[in-house]
Design a protein around this ligand. Sequence first.
Ligand code: FAD
Ligand code: SIN
Length: 532
Amino acid sequence: MIQTDFLVIGSGIAGLSYALKVAQHNPDKKILVITKTQADETNTKYAQGGIAGVTDLEHDSYEKHIQDTLIAGDGLCNPKTVEIVVKEGPERINEIIEWGTQFDKDPDGDYKLGREGGHSEFRILHHKDVTGKEIERALLETVARQKNIEFVKHCFVVDIITQHHLGYLITKSTPDIECYGVYALDLHTQKIIKILSRITLFATGGNGQVYRTTTNPKIATGDGVAMVYRAKGRIENMEFIQFHPTALYEPGISPSFLITEAVRGDGGILRNKNGEAFMEKYDERKDLAPRDIVARAIDSEMKKEGVENIYLDCRHMNIEKFIEHFPNIYEKCKSIGIDVAKNMIPVAPAAHYSCGGIKTDEFGRTSIKNLYACGECSSTGLHGANRLASNSLLEALVFSHRCYLDAVRVVADISFNENVPDWNAEGTTQPREMILITQSIKELQLLMSDYVGIVRTNVRLQRAMKRLDILHEEIENLYETTAVSPQLAEARNLITVGYLIVRSAQFRKESRGLHFNTDYPFKSELLQNIVL
Ligand code: FAD
Ligand code: SIN
């Protein structure tokens, strides 16, 4: 058994920046950070384009960034949250610069600002095309110097501990559900440990692995969302899954390699099989329209032509500048025989980001007491029906700071619950057939991609739900009889997340932002968030 005042699940930008602040504020207290694989294996590490922020007040303004975010969010953003993130963002960006993050500068020492879809100005700070890797590096190095942060890698959090584990019946309408800590599987010993905490932060990232084609690494299995849902916490707007328009088309390769939207920001043009620059048919902002519009336009072109990809044309761009800004993309393309100066890059949309998640208030507090959430696993109200490009890293920083402010304010009033029992593994045996788990995941990914993708219909959603019911029953049976493994827990979490996406999509009787249902092609006048 472990006891800690502050427990952090996740070592991406959200978890690490929160841990650093709490640790610096409480030098006499231990902060425990847990991550399920290696320290840096996170969505954060793969971020390419950069982090949006108003840093050039001569050409840009908070009002413009706010407007761009609200327009992308298609009516569902919480305007107060948008204002908070946009206005507090630059100060938070300065903090990660102080922690050692290097963003690209021009010869005069000014930051080079990029532009992506939906942004009216150049405002994206970046480190070439590997911004996330640079941020993760700086954060991990700073954390390593912070003596009161303990880092536990290869430790898989299985469930949140609440009154349920003390024998009480908990339902969605139980008031004051409390988090006492988590049960976690130590992958070195294969034993489940009980971790008691006064305050727990979930920074567990995204869920792209619900789909067959995704830009997200293998760790992105929606564990945090699934655990909170099982603990009867509130989950919001799960139907809004963002498909990135331009993942490199490489059949059979998973996850998909991203071709950052910044390439279009620098002049890249989308073309169909016939070489036609088709975006002007769909939106006056053409290739730099918000992501939902571009992804749908690509989907429509691919379906019309009966093909699996379209092309990103960079042949007219200055190749030296291209290599300077996008060295990683240039090398990746070269490695598979594509010379971007001569060949168009084959691309297709891929599941990329979950706009919904664990519902929080403006200090990252979830509906479960003493449990906070920030980063991609949370739903703060910033993204609404569609996230503006490069607003995710920014949101993670602003909300990890707000979680920290509230957590240090209340921690002294929270006591450990000493009555929590140890994990009960009675009646379970070692798994005999891993195929049962891997096949369930494959089935899930197929059905989500085929029936719950960029364009949805009532019939497709119904079919998806029927198949999910079967998968759910099978995995629950397995879970009750088999010793917990990361594979089993992830399969269970992925199926739960699939269910939450489909259920929320069924509740939304309109098309808005990233959710497009041909049976309800228009927006409803009623603005509502779907909370499950
Ligand atoms: P993550 O960085 O994903 O970290 C999640 C952590 O939780 C990991 O450490 C993981 O091990 C841990 N974890 C999860 N479940 C468990 C469990 N059960 N037990 C223990 N640990 C667990 N956004 C932008 O703003 N700009 C960009 O340019 C950009 N580019 C992107 C490019 C790609 C290819 C991808 C995939 C995303 C991109 N995004 C971008 C989105 C952005 O990177 C993510 O939303 C953000 O990094 C999420 O950070 P996070 O800290 O919330 O989660
Ligand atoms: C990209 O670089 O295109 C991804 C940016 C993002 O997801 O915000």
